[in-house]
Design a protein around this ligand. Structure first.
Ligand code: GAP
Length: 515
């Protein structure tokens, strides 16, 4: 049996081999933590964005979208706190010369305690069988208790160090826990330092005097600085939201795990403006809605969980992540933050503009509070690929690689396959293609045996293969082969549209979300 790590590596190669994701500037051997999406990847990515955009804009009368520029006035980032506080604590190992995020090293150590606890529980569950009570075992077994206590002590110490911004303490934790560099195996660590993650560039020619500007590290600020414009021109009444999809840039210290942590990535963010005092109620509402959105895709409810933040960002009074179980553990895919009125107040202060809302029901003005939902398109893409990539052993010793993508997100919805390249079958297949192509992304393929063609479609996650054979010319029926079950059905050509639509139309998921 392949380990999770091996499966992950194969999935990454699969992404390149089948046109999903390529290293950026591949012919020059790539650029660290920057990636390009290929012909299949861009379709999947666009479908993810559409699923998100429509679930915000179509399903909510009080949410509108914008598309703000990447370059923003540099004062934006002073006001938002990013110039002073958008830092990661970094530490170097003197022997390997490798650089790490101190907080990530400690989080990984906490995860190791979790693993030890889980292993003990699994071992005991096997031993005691059906009558096993995991909670009772955890609270009474001395070895498990020891792990739990160590984990809790480390967690408390870590959270305090983060909140106090105590870099010496972070280093001390790393030393006390005996954390070694995975490359050199030594504990020869430098001190922990802060590192600002924003990229800078210059605008204007140097002769005229250029201005230092930043590549936005989050799309959210484009929404905040447009709050007044949208509220006024859209005559929006609180509570209301502004949604946006766009690129963000961060000079990540440790960029790894493929497209999990990138230096250029895309975010889908929504800022929901509410009455002060109602923010916790809305925070709860958006947490529930967003989790439902993820689960509706059908990759398995058990693959998602919430993770509350130990250290709140400088702007937040509550924050949680939605994590997905990747092959390298549960990892953040989306953040939901209660950002108070921090951003709007700061922009009011730095711009000198009054950013307030007159609430006709209360008869008073206030600076709105904000609930933010923020999800990375690329991370979402990765979670979908990890959840869908399967290597299956088939009867007769055969095997296949199949991407069991949620049909609504699959890059190609149907492949039209004439059994042979003659006898009028290609013409009939083209006719079917022409009748479906306005509604669904279809491909036509007549090369190689039908078995090989099925495998090619499995590898890119096409839910339906439609085979046109000699009987089709007489009975106007085709063979539909389903990706996941590999079962085949004889279907009338006139029923194909409804059959495909029932599986791939996002409408069905949206009904679940508001049902
Ligand atoms: N506006 C809030 C904000 O930006 P964040 O937790 O820093 O919050 C939100 O980022 C989401 O953006 C994350 O949950 C993740 O999906 C994505 N993201 C952040 N940094 C990323 C990176 N370096 N590469 C890929 N995705 C990233």
């Amino acid at each position: 049996m392949a380990t999770q790590e091996e499966v992950f590596k194969k999935m990454v190669s699969h992404c390149k081999e089948y046109g999903f994701v390529f290293p950026s500037s591949d012919i020059y051997d790539g650029l660290a933590a920057v990636y390009d999406y290929g012909q299949m990847g861009v379709e999947l990515k666009n479908n993810i964005k559409k699923y998100w955009w429509d679930s915000m804009i179509l399903l909510h009368e009080n949410i509108v979208g914008i598309d703000a520029a990447i370059f923003m006035h540099p004062t934006t980032w002073k006001a938002s706190g990013h110039v002073d506080a958008f830092n990661d604590p970094l530490i170097d190992n003197r022997d390997s010369k490798k650089r790490y995020r101190a907080d990530v090293l400690i989080e990984e150590q906490i995860a190791k305690y979790d693993e030890k606890i889980n292993k003990e529980v699994e071992k005991a569950a096997k031993k005691f069988g059906e009558s096993f009570d995991a909670e009772l075992f955890k609270s009474t077994n001395p070895r498990v208790q020891e792990h739990i206590q160590k984990r809790e002590a480390l967690h408390t110490r870590f959270a305090k160090a983060l909140n106090d911004n105590n870099l010496d303490e972070l280093k001390q934790i790393i030393l006390d826990e005996g954390i070694v560099c995975p490359i050199s195996g030594t504990k020869n660590w430098t001190d922990v330092r802060q590192f600002n993650l924003m990229f800078t560039t210059e605008m204007g020619s140097t002769a005229d005097g250029s201005t230092k500007i930043y590549l936005r590290p989050e799309t959210a600020q484009g929404i905040f600085v447009n709050y007044l414009n949208v509220q006024k021109t859209g005559r929006m009444r609180i509570p209301f939201g502004i949604a946006q999809i766009g690129k963000a840039f961060r000079n990540e210290i440790v960029a790894r795990q493929f497209i999990f942590r990138m230096r250029e990535f895309e975010q889908m963010e929504m800022q929901f403006f509410v009455r002060p005092g109602s923010e916790m109620e809305w925070f709860k509402h958006w947490k529930e809605f967003r989790l439902k959105w993820h689960k509706a895709l059908g990759l398995g409810d058990e693959k998602y969980r919430f993770h509350d933040h130990d250290k709140l960002a400088h702007y937040a009074n509550a924050a949680t992540d939605i994590e997905f179980e990747m092959p390298f553990g549960f990892k953040e895919v989306e953040g939901i933050h209660s950002r108070t009125n921090f951003d709007l107040s700061q922009h009011a202060k730095y711009s000198g503009k009054k950013i307030e809302y007159y609430d006709p029901e209360l008869g008073e003005s206030y600076t709105p509070y904000v609930i933010e939902t923020s999800i990375g398109v690329d991370r979402m893409f990765l979670s979908i690929m990890c959840g869908s990539y399967k290597e299956e052993q088939l009867e007769g010793g055969d095997s296949r690689v199949v991407l069991q993508l949620p049909p609504v997100l699959a890059p190609v919805k149907a492949a039209i396959l004439p059994l042979v390249k003659k006898d009028g079958l290609p013409e009939k297949a083209r006719e079917i293609m022409d009748s479906l192509k306005f509604d669904f992304k279809c491909v036509y393929d007549e090369k190689d045996s039908i078995g090989k063609r099925y495998r090619r479609q499995d590898a890119v996650g096409t839910p339906f293969c439609i085979t046109v054979d000699h009987d089709t010319l007489n009975d106007n029926c085709v063979t539909v082969r389903y990706r996941d079950s590999m079962k085949q059905d004889r279907v009338k050509i006139e029923d194909l549209h409804a059959l495909i639509d029932a599986q791939v139309n996002m409408k069905n998921l949206f009904k679940k979300l508001i049902g």
